[in-house]
Design a binder for this molecule. Structure first.
Ligand code: SAH
Length: 256
């Protein structure tokens, strides 16, 4: 996958190169990340990228011209170098975008290239949103001072889903939100620490029992912490029964 990031602060993306999953993915050629400084696409002496808002108000708005030119230049590069045809996703990071989720990460991981556009200050000129970007993503209901951290969140979540990036093909399979449930509790050695022991079933070597225990724990956990997720997930009739039983149990304890 090729990812092109348009930003006023390319240096922020250096931190993707710290040793780890991401750096290995780059080394193995599974992903290529190019950063482009929007300021390089200005033509005036002072390389101005922002201006006052029409209508007044505090804060500066990113001008449309350098952003349009940067995106168009990157897109023509992708068409030329990758021999790509068709639409290239151009994603604006914005608190007004669709809420990012594991589902969206999965959807984005199926593209061969992505262009991410990071806003700053009070955001970007509305014409960028209307006529240039193909998608808008928010990483949560809060306001950051720039799109860079949001872009890194998206890139990290997407890249770990690319085939071959994680050590074992199925290590993302049980992750929270991939199954629609939160993940079951995990333990490692020692089997006893400060008197706290690992659940017996995990030491049993009985794979079917372990799988059953994990599924039940995932259901319990989701019910306790994020019950609304259970409305969207497909469950067997036995699992539905279990959830109903657990719900009644906790209702019972509240009434008591
Ligand atoms: N005035 C704008 C917010 C600007 S914040 C508004 O109210 O919508 C500056 C930049 O930070 C934005 O252009 C965007 O790129 C980025 N940003 C801020 N919060 C974000 C979020 N929750 N998700 C994704 N990007 C965000």
């Amino acid at each position: 996958m090729r990812i092109d990031i348009l930003t006023l602060f390319p240096a922020m993306f250096q931190c993707l190169l710290v040793p780890g999953i991401f750096e290995r993915a780059i080394e193995r050629g599974l992903v290529r990340v190019n950063t482009h400084n929007i300021r390089d696409y200005t033509h005036d002496k002072h390389h101005v990228v922002d201006d006052y808002a029409y209508g007044g108000g505090a804060g500066m708005i990113l001008k449309p011209e350098p952003i349009f030119e940067a995106v168009e230049s990157v897109k023509s590069d992708i068409y030329k170098e990758e021999g790509k045809s068709g639409e290239i996703p151009v994603i604006l990071l914005t608190p007004q975008g669709r809420p990012f989720s594991q589902q969206i990460a999965l959807e984005l991981s199926r593209h061969t290239c992505l262009v991410l556009l990071c806003g700053r200050y009070e955001g970007v000129d509305e014409r960028v949103r209307q006529h240039l970007v193909t998608d808008e993503i928010s990483i949560g209901d809060y306001v950051l001072s720039g799109g860079e951290l949001a872009a890194m969140v998206v890139v990290d979540a997407v890249v770990r889903l690319l085939p071959g990036v994680l050590g074992s093909e199925d290590s993302a399979q049980d992750d929270s939100h991939t199954t629609g449930l939160l993940e079951y509790p995990q333990y490692t050695r020692p089997a006893e620490y400060r008197g706290w022991t690992v659940p017996e079933v995990l030491l049993s070597g009985n794979h079917a029992e372990v799988a059953r225990w994990r599924r039940e724990q995932a259901l319990r956990r989701t019910l306790e912490r994020r019950p609304e997720l259970l409305d969207k997930v497909e469950l067997s009739s036995g699992e539905r029964e279990l959830v109903d039983r657990l719900k009644n149990l906790s209702l019972g304890s509240i009434i008591k």
